[in-house]
Design a protein around this ligand. Structure first.
Ligand SMILES: O=P(O)(O)OC[C@H]1O[C@](O)(COP(=O)(O)O)[C@@H](O)[C@@H]1O
Ligand SMILES: [Mg+2]
Ligand SMILES: [Mg+2]
Length: 333
């Protein structure tokens, strides 16, 4: 009997994202196409942002915007441009009734009150790398709303918890641009071919190696870490593992997902709960990690089990190859 995964794997590499979405929509008996359309809208916004990033230095969208976001971080011009582009694409697409973004304090109501979905997003991840040509990304998380269709969506639509995500993904703007996502049936990656203007299936059914030899963290914070974290990092060093840290979560996560590695952002003196945001950084990457056979924890529980309590809450993040995360958690116990 053909399983949903078999159905996925029936799509040959080289197929466009559009065709892949259509093919997989058919594996959902009650699919009505809205989620498919929403994924297309996100891909479109990704193409636009990719273009802006590639020519940022030519069209004066480098440097600071002169404002701070709700996290108290200085917003880069590209943070703001990416935010506007994504919001516009989601509003025009018509499938989303509300959005939360790293760059906006409160819920953004799209006016599409008959739309079924809400989106949490980090329009540009890796802001410290924006103007220096280092890989950056976009992260997104999608929920089916729980408030009635036709009404104003509300906070509860975003407080459903990581297990309720219907889809999650990221776009990595690196040496090539790749969109990676899951709808709960495995993880696939699509490389952008700008000459065709298409995302093309390049990574089918991504599986993380069970173990790895790469560890990623900000060395500058080492002295602030709890002893068990230091012990784990010393183990990695003693074993001669490779220390790799780009400083863009999406880029560090993607490398470790494909090659086998662990990314850590533990609590620090400055950020007692770590730096990364639960709703639009940790939940979506945790869903992808688990779908690819890797693990994601805040040190005491699965990231996907964490009960959300605010839009921009931060949590510690330990994510990557199963064996490495398990060893780390063993030390933290
Ligand atoms: O500079 P630090 O403290 O190492 O933090 C880097 C981390 O912060 C982030 O830049 C936070 O994300 P944003 O850039 O979207 O704010 C991650 O991408 C990255 O892993
Ligand atoms: Mg980020
Ligand atoms: Mg960001």
């Amino acid at each position: 009997m053909e399983t949903k995964m078999d159905h996925h794997l029936a799509v040959p590499v080289g197929v466009t994202l559009d065709r892949y979405i259509m093919h997989n929509q058919n594996s959902f008996a009650f699919a009505t196409g809205e989620l498919s359309q929403l994924l297309r809208d996100i891909a479109l916004a990704g193409k636009i942002i990719n273009r802006e990033i590639n020519r940022a230095g030519l069209i004066d969208i480098t440097g600071g915007f002169g404002t701070n976001n709700v996290q108290g971080e200085a917003q880069q011009k590209l943070d703001v441009v990416a935010n506007i582009r994504f919001i516009r694409a989601l509003i025009n697409g018509g499938e989303v009734c509300a959005i939360i973004s790293e760059e906006d304090d409160d819920i953004i109501y799209t006016g599409n009150n008959n739309a079924k979905y809400v989106v949490a997003m980090d329009p540009l991840d890796g802001s410290s790398n924006i103007d220096v040509n280092v890989s950056i990304g976009t992260i997104f998380s999608i929920y089916r709303r729980i408030t009635p269709l036709g009404t104003q969506p509300s906070l509860e639509d975003f407080m459903q918890g990581g297990e309720e995500q219907v889809a999650a993904g990221y776009i990595l703007y690196g040496s090539s641009t790749i969109l990676v996502y899951t709808t709960g049936n495995g993880v696939a990656g699509f490389t952008y071919d700008s000459s065709l203007g298409e995302f093309i299936l390049s990574h089918q059914n991504i599986k993380s190696p069970k173990d790895g030899k790469i560890f990623s963290y900000n060395e500058g914070n080492y002295n602030q870490y709890a002893e068990p974290i230091k012990t784990y990092l010393n183990h990695c060093r003693d074993r001669g593992y490779s220390s790799r840290y780009i400083g863009s979560l999406v880029a560090d996560f993607h490398r470790n997902l494909l090659k086998g590695g662990v990314y850590l952002y533990p609590p620090t003196h400055k950020d007692a709960n770590g730096k990364l945001r639960l709703l639009y950084e940790c939940y979506p990457l945790a869903m992808i990690a688990e779908q690819a056979g890797a693990k994601a924890s805040d040190g005491s529980q699965r990231v996907l089990d964490i009960k959300p309590d605010s839009l921009h809450q931060r949590v510690p993040l330990y994510i990557g190859a199963e064996t490495m995360v398990k060893e780390l958690l063993g030390l933290l116990k």
